[in-house]
Design a protein around this ligand. Structure first.
Ligand SMILES: Cc1cc2nc3c(=O)[nH]c(=O)nc-3n(C[C@H](O)[C@H](O)[C@H](O)COP(=O)(O)O)c2cc1C
Length: 156
């Protein structure tokens, strides 16, 4: 498995799609918070999802999730998938993205790269553990839940 990226801009500037579920029933949303590294001697991706997202339920129920990255031409689609909720209708139909099945999950044609991740750990962030300046900046009660996934496959 080989993957090279500028990790500090991969999520923050480029954004990604976080997708969980099966090809018959999945949901996807745009993310810009995330990390990549090593834990328990495994290559890992960490993502952060608010419980209010429709994707949240899929993340809770799925053993795997995918994180996929796209060229700039998909920026508008990613913006839409990060604004609309799959709870309210077929938001994918409003984009140029076409889902396809990968082993253990779903990705979309046009992806530069899809990381297939096996959920190793999840935990809700706690305000008590945040620096006051962070906690004060996050007024919402639905604090993110973090999911650490082992990268089991990289599809390019
Ligand atoms: C650029 C961008 C980055 C985002 N990053 C995150 C994120 O890291 N975590 C999160 O919970 N929501 C994030 N969101 C918000 C979700 O993508 C958004 O609420 C989406 O509509 C949820 O879709 P869903 O209800 O179908 O799951 C982001 C939105 C945008 C536009």
């Amino acid at each position: 498995m080989e993957f090279t990226t500028d990790i500090f801009s991969a999520f923050d500037k480029k954004w990604a799609l976080l997708t969980a579920g099966t090809i018959d029933k999945f949901n996807t949303m745009t993310i810009s918070w995330g990390g990549m590294g090593t834990i328990w001697n495994k290559p890992a991706v960490t993502v952060y999802v608010r419980p209010s997202r429709y994707t949240f339920g899929f993340m809770e129920e799925s053993e795997y999730f995918t994180v996929s990255f796209y060229p700039e031409e998909y920026r508008k689609d990613l913006a839409l998938l990060g604004r609309l909720s799959g709870r309210d209708g077929d938001k994918l139909a409003k984009t140029a993205l076409k889902a396809f099945e990968v082993e253990h999950g779903v990705s979309f044609k046009g992806a530069e790269c899809t990381l297939v991740c096996r959920k190793l750990y999840s935990q809700s962030l706690e305000k008590a553990g945040m620096l006051p300046e962070i906690a004060e900046g996050s007024e919402r009660e639905d604090v993110h839940r973090m999911y650490i996934g082992e990268v089991v496959e990289i599809i390019k």
